[in-house]
Design a protein around this ligand. Structure first.
Ligand code: ADP
Ligand code: LRH
Length: 507
């Protein structure tokens, strides 16, 4: 069998990486050739992404791939959703992309809903209301009188923006476009009605292309700088990282049409928990629970919910490091395990936890405001975050079952968070369902295998998942200690708004 190499560039909110995948037709192996940190940069009062540095890191990864001697048959790029850059005349980049945790979108959900009724926005898009959705970021620019929208020729989502910098072509890959809240979930095209209703420039939204298409080849300048051949194709995977992660869930399907009896939990900065479906589900219940319907590969739809995720722990860690207390995840997890159980619980999706800042102080404030003891020591804060996440996972699983009418038997956890054995066990215990953890690099794997498929090396999505299952180990966590969680389930329910979580409604 022939062996092919593909390069995945996977940019997460906390870190980015370049992984070289070697595919022999049956098994995929990975080599991490580059990894770099990512995070917000504040300029005056606005949080940005560092676009030039991130593009430079991408070129470092290309250079390392070229220097290693492998000739990749494709390069694919994925990033987090919702954020974008604007391009003006003469290929000018109009400003540095703004970070989705910036406060410019405060109040924008209400502003949008005063222009187009909330129910109508949901009916068209099927998307959960998150304050930072692209539509609300654009509305914030409009309201602030930003001159950029008027001189923009094209809006490109983050992966499209990097794709353009690599190839020179402006196009919008469908899965990431589905995070904007400007796409019509049924027609799968930009919604003229929403653009007109919200007063947003429809003409800057790019031509849409499907995951698995070839965007183009490397610009001569990029080829020269990195040492890769200029005819190297840039292939779009599901460029929304969650879309790529779900492609690489090592589960067997029940066949098209029937909702699966497994759910995924893509666990990184965010916890994205949901099911893969043949069609969106847009009903009164999904509206009430603020469930989203994001676009996947092969016409699939992801019914899911954003949960604040391990961001809670990331921000605690960053706060402690600022006062000289540096801890790795390997330090913190045993400390959490040693801390007392079920002392204090939080709603992980409380809006106060969304922006960057002093997370331990915010968790302490939540506990104080709800009459619970304030955690004492780092381990207690992390335990509080992990127990609360596991309880939120239970909340979501139960509502997914209700909405799809199908019992969920197992939970597949993929992404960096799958390395957290304590959280995996908590999730099994809190939900009463076995957890199958891994692969950690699901997003990059989904990216690589979609490229292999675009090159004709794999057939269906089910074949692709079989390759994942054959290539990467999965660890099972059986529920062992459910009774201990019973009381916590009741306490947690009293802390969470009946319709879910507040960061998912208006801030
Ligand atoms: P993103 O793509 O959003 O940047 P990742 O999928 O890379 O996120 O996951 C990052 C998260 O994985 C970290 O925030 C951390 O919670 C978890 N993680 C990383 N390394 C470890 C580890 N050694 N042990 C436990 N958890 C870890
Ligand atoms: C996860 C993710 C998620 C979005 C968020 C902004 O990385 O793409 O799906 O909601 O970032």
């Amino acid at each position: 069998a022939t062996t092919s190499y593909f390069l995945a560039l996977d940019l997460g909110a906390e870190s980015g990486r370049g992984l070289l995948g070697r595919f022999d037709g049956r098994r995929l192996t990975l080599e991490e050739i580059h990894r770099f940190p990512n995070g917000p940069v504040r300029l005056f009062d606005t949080l940005h992404w560092d676009l030039p540095r991130l593009f430079d890191e991408i070129k470092v990864a290309l250079r390392k791939a070229a220097a290693g001697g492998a000739r990749p048959e494709g390069i694919g790029l994925d990033t987090w959703g919702v954020d974008f850059g604007l391009i003006g005349k003469g290929d000018t980049i109009l400003g540095n992309p703004v970070h989705y945790r910036d406060s410019r979108t405060d109040g924008m959900i209400e502003a949008a809903c005063s222009l187009v009724p909330r129910e109508r926005i949901y009916e068209i898009t099927g998307l959960q209301f998150l304050p930072f959705n692209t539509a609300f970021q654009l509305l914030a620019m409009r309201r602030a009188g930003s001159p950029l929208l008027d001189c923009a020729e094209t809006l490109l989502m983050m992966p499209d923006l990097f794709g353009w910098l690599l190839t020179g072509r402006r196009a919008g890959e469908f899965t990431d476009a589905s995070t904007t809240q400007l796409l019509d979930a049924r027609s799968r095209g930009w919604s003229d009605e929403l653009c007109a209703g919200l007063g947003l420039p429809r003409q800057i939204l790019p031509e849409l292309i499907a995951p698995g298409s070839v965007l183009g080849t490397l610009r001569p300048g990029v080829a020269e700088e990195t040492g890769l051949p200029a005819n190297t194709p840039v292939i779009v995977p599901a460029t929304h990282d969650t879309g790529s992660a779900v492609v690489a869930v090592p589960a067997a399907g029940k066949g098209p049409g029937s909702p699966p009896d497994w759910c995924y939990l893509s666990s990184g900065t965010w916890s994205l928990m949901g099911v893969e479906l043949a069609q969106p589900i847009i009903t009164e219940a999904t509206y009430r629970y603020n469930f989203t319907n994001e676009g996947g590969v092969d016409g699939t739809s992801r019914l899911l919910k954003n949960i604040m995720g391990l961001w809670l722990v990331q921000e605690c860690r960053r706060t402690w490091a600022r006062s000289g207390r540096e801890y790795s995840y390997e330090d913190l997890i045993p400390q959490a395990e040693a801390a007392p159980a079920f002392r204090s619980l939080v709603d992980p999706d409380h809006p106060s936890f969304l922006p960057p800042g002093d997370m331990p102080a915010r968790i302490a404030a939540f506990c104080r405001d709800t009459g619970q003891p304030v955690p004492e020591g780092e381990g207690a804060f992390v335990r509080c975050a992990l127990e609360s996440l596991a309880l939120k996972y239970r909340w979501v699983v139960e509502r997914l079952e209700e909405v799809t009418g199908t019992p969920i038997k197992t939970i597949h956890i993929v992404g960096g968070g799958a390395r957290n054995a304590l959280l995996n066990q908590f999730t099994a215990d809190a939900t009463g369902r076995p957890v199958l953890a891994g692969p950690v690099e699901a997003t990059a794997i989904g990216n690589l295998l979609m490229q292999a498929r675009a090159r004709g090396r794999i057939g269906t999505l089910a074949d692709l998942r079989a390759v994942v299952a054959q290539s990467f180990p999965v660890t099972t966590y059986e529920p062992t200690d459910q009774s201990a969680w019973q009381d916590a389930v009741g306490r947690f329910a009293a802390l969470v708004p009946a319709a879910g979580s507040s960061s998912h409604s208006d801030r």
